[in-house]
Ligand binder design. Sequence first.
Ligand SMILES: CCCCC/C=C/C(=O)SCCNC(=O)CCNC(=O)[C@H](O)C(C)(C)COP(=O)(O)OP(=O)(O)OC[C@H]1O[C@@H](n2cnc3c(N)ncnc32)[C@H](O)[C@@H]1OP(=O)(O)O
Ligand SMILES: NC(=O)C1=CN([C@@H]2O[C@H](COP(=O)(O)OP(=O)(O)OC[C@H]3O[C@@H](n4cnc5c(N)ncnc54)[C@H](OP(=O)(O)O)[C@@H]3O)[C@@H](O)[C@H]2O)C=CC1
Length: 296
Amino acid sequence: MTHTEGMLRDGALENKTIIVTGGGTGLGKSMAGYFLRLGANVVICSRKADVLANTADELRQSTGGRITFVACDVRKTEEVEQVIARAIETFGRVDGLVNNSAGNFISPTERLSYKAVDTIVDIVLRGTYYFTLALGKYWIENQIKGTVLNIVTTYATTGSGWVVPSAMAKAGVLTMTKSLAFEWARHGIRLNAIAPGPFPTKGAWDRLFPEELARKFSFENRIPLARTGDHQELANLAAYLISNFSAYMTGEVITLDGGEVLSAGQFNFLKEVTDDQWDAIEDQIKSATRTGKTPE
Ligand SMILES: CCCCC/C=C/C(=O)SCCNC(=O)CCNC(=O)[C@H](O)C(C)(C)COP(=O)(O)OP(=O)(O)OC[C@H]1O[C@@H](n2cnc3c(N)ncnc32)[C@H](O)[C@@H]1OP(=O)(O)O
Ligand SMILES: NC(=O)C1=CN([C@@H]2O[C@H](COP(=O)(O)OP(=O)(O)OC[C@H]3O[C@@H](n4cnc5c(N)ncnc54)[C@H](OP(=O)(O)O)[C@@H]3O)[C@@H](O)[C@H]2O)C=CC1
């Protein structure tokens, strides 16, 4: 068994219909593909119909699963409602939602126009609460115990410079996850989140690690487990959180980042100390302890 293999048993998502926003590319496509392999019906949506059509064809062929797509800008409530209506029309009902669509790019915040900030916040935060609200109403009205999975970031909790609109919006999504998890628990609706570390995708890499930067900063040095994530690792966790296996979990955010977020640990700079230096340090500390002892 390796981390690049599917984790859940065959049929784990049978009879579930799951909407994956931003499912035409990157991590959304990988999650959609794995959900199909586990027997789910999948609806992918995003702005680019041609990208969605190609992904739907590819995944249908590779998995033999049932998938459809609807073009939708998650910032437009009418389009969000159309996706849900189409999903119900095609598959009879909706059981799960993965809020995965996002926009992001690195920039010094003082260089941003109001519109640039609005663009990111609207895709990430507004898009997520539009979809969640629309489906939540449908689930409550139809007594369906739906499940929401929100894809956030580790900096939704820590904050981060140079991606401030994304950080503000993802933090809002995380707070919504926890708040609604409590409020809607009485309807059997669960909400959880994943905070991924770096998982190579074209969308993220083009906007966050342009060549100029990629040459300078290596993930091997920054990430304790010395690698980026594999899409299947994220898909495994996503499938678990959307499945009935996680029925007792709600309001949780799970970090999947090879330990990257732990770099804030106050003594982690000691990573640079060699074994010889540790010998000397140990002697110094023990000697200071001895001389500091009260004489008998
Ligand atoms: C490894 C750790 C990962 C960390 C976490 C990762 C989080 C992620 O979210 S990665 C996912 C990244 N994927 C995407 O962003 C895909 C979708 N993105 C896009 O389509 C564009 O990048 C978009 C977000 C800018 C939206 O495109 P569009 O709706 O076409 O918007 P405009 O091109 O019209 O731009 C709107 C506004 O923003 C200004 N702007 C755009 N890029 C930049 C930039 N690089 N620097 C500064 N400003 C930028 C643009 O100029 C527009 O503003 P105005 O000029 O005032 O009109
Ligand atoms: N890759 C990584 O290392 C990390 C990613 N993440 C998160 O993972 C998720 C997926 O990112 P990733 O796969 O890397 O990047 P992608 O760029 O591949 O995915 C983003 C998706 O969002 C869609 N999208 C953008 N704007 C809109 C909109 N207005 N309406 C509907 N859909 C929209 C895009 O499709 P289209 O252009 O067709 O609209 C695209 O499919 C995001 O939530 C991201 O924040 C978090 C941490 C790390």
